[in-house]
Design a binder for this molecule. Structure first.
Ligand SMILES: [Zn+2]
Ligand SMILES: [Zn+2]
Length: 75
C-alpha cells in the first residue's frame, strides 16, 4: 500500500543561485562571499516560480514582485 506520488505541486519549486551574476552574495551583498552562515541561510530558502508574473513571462506585471521570476516562500 505505497503511495509514492502524493504530489501537491501547483507550485513549481526552483533553485536560485546565492551569488548573482556579478558574484555578489544575495544574502549579505558581499562579493565572492563563502561564509558558511550565508550558505546555511540560503539553503533554507525555498523558491517557487513567481505566481504574479508567472516567472517573468507576463507582460505588464510589476517588476519588483520577485527575484528574476522566482519568489521566496517562507515555511
Ligand atoms: Zn554572504
Ligand atoms: Zn514576479
Amino acid at each position: 500500500m505505497s503511495n509514492p506520488s502524493s504530489t501537491i505541486m501547483q507550485e513549481r519549486s526552483v533553485t536560485v543561485p546565492r551569488l548573482n551574476f556579478a558574484g555578489v552574495c544575495m544574502a549579505c551583498t558581499e562579493r565572492d562571499c563563502e561564509k558558511s552562515a550565508c550558505l546555511a541561510f540560503w539553503s533554507r530558502l525555498r523558491w517557487i516560480v513567481c505566481p504574479i508574473c508567472n516567472g517573468g513571462s507576463l507582460e505588464g506585471s510589476p517588476v519588483d514582485c520577485c527575484t528574476y521570476g522566482a519568489m521566496e516562500i517562507r515555511c
